[in-house]
Design a protein around this ligand. Structure first.
Ligand SMILES: Nc1ncnc2c1ncn2[C@@H]1O[C@H](COP(=O)(O)OP(=O)(O)OP(=O)(O)O)[C@@H](O)[C@H]1O
Ligand SMILES: [Mg+2]
Length: 281
């Protein structure tokens, strides 16, 4: 299996996948989703969002907009109070996290996404508990994909660097062989270099067919990697479109991207950046 960062990328390819209106072929199709932490306090207020097979979709927006809450509602950590979440043409709203995970949707939360005192290997075993029959084979594949994890398989997860920990968190989610990976701020707290490497890893996972819905604070970077994006404000997506268009949209720039272009991300062709992606290890 190829690793994202092994070859330096002159142009970061965007996630693949079709564009246009929602279709019955969507992998994930969310309509009118509502919910929060208490019945009286709705955080997500009628969200519509979709992910096609093989797409990378970014979800950006200000702090407190409800991005993490939306992911938790989709992954079954919170019970929606209304709306529909269809995954692989099946209604999953209200099913609960284990059943949703078993259906092929894995969630990497923003925080506490590894077991710090357990070894890397034990963390992966925990990720594979839903499908014990395939766990050994999947671990071997993940060690091949991420040699860093193989080198550190006996090390406690808390001894990993921030970037290594995020790789482990994603690898735990991949033990479930998901069709769709929900990532909540995978690059939070990472150095720019480590964040680039992680974006490279995300692209590599997408290249082997895993669709990705990611929440990101690094909005410009996320819009470089994603094919489509949503801007969430006050509990529902207010802007939706091709990531390249949103990155160039003056309203979006003013509201969420600090209003100015990032020089390193300036696109000459309207499609891709000129940055190099580094290695994962
Ligand atoms: N565990 C919780 N219990 C109660 N309210 C919560 C909880 N977590 C978040 N909230 C509230 O839900 C709202 C949305 O929070 P959420 O974490 O979804 O925002 P976010 O868009 O992910 O923000 P950030 O960019 O800071 O991660 C906030 O008003 C927050 O206070
Ligand atoms: Mg959040």
């Amino acid at each position: 299996m190829s690793q994202a960062g092994n070859a330096a990328r002159g142009n970061i390819p965007r996630g693949s996948g079709p564009e246009g209106d929602a279709s019955p072929d969507d992998l994930l199709n969310i309509v009118g989703l509502r919910g929060g932490y208490a019945a009286a306090d709705e955080i997500v207020k009628g969200a519509d969002l979709r992910v096609a097979p093989g797409e990378i979709v970014a979800l950006i927006g200000p702090n407190g907009a409800g991005k993490s809450t939306l992911l938790k509602l989709v992954a079954g950590l919170l019970r929606p109070s209304g709306g529909s979440v269809r995954f692989k043409e099946r209604e999953i709203a209200g099913l609960g996290a284990p059943a949703i995970s078993r259906a092929g949707l894995s969630f990497v939360p923003q925080e506490r996404n590894v077991f710090g005192t357990m070894s890397v290997a034990e963390n992966l075993e925990m990720g594979g508990y839903l499908d014990g029959a395939h766990a050994k084979k999947r671990m071997a594949e993940l060690y091949e994909r991420f040699p860093m994890l193989a080198d550190k398989r006996r090390a406690a997860a808390r001894t990993l660097s921030g970037g290594q920990r995020q790789i482990l968190a994603m690898a735990i989610a991949l033990m479930n062989a998901p069709d769709l990976l929900l990532l909540d701020e995978p690059t939070a707290g990472l150095s720019p270099r480590a964040a680039e490497e992680l974006f490279g890893t995300i692209l590599a996972l997408n290249e082997i067919g895993v669709a990705i819905l990611m929440v990101e604070q690094n909005a410009l970077e996320a819009l470089t990697v994603a094919g489509r994006a949503y801007v969430l404000a006050q509990g529902r997506p207010e802007h939706e479109g091709r990531a390249a268009d949103l990155a160039d949209d003056p309203t979006v720039r003013d509201l969420f991207l600090g209003g100015k272009a990032a020089p390193m991300l300036a696109r000459s062709d309207g499609e891709s950046s000129n940055r190099e992606m580094g290695n994962n290890t």
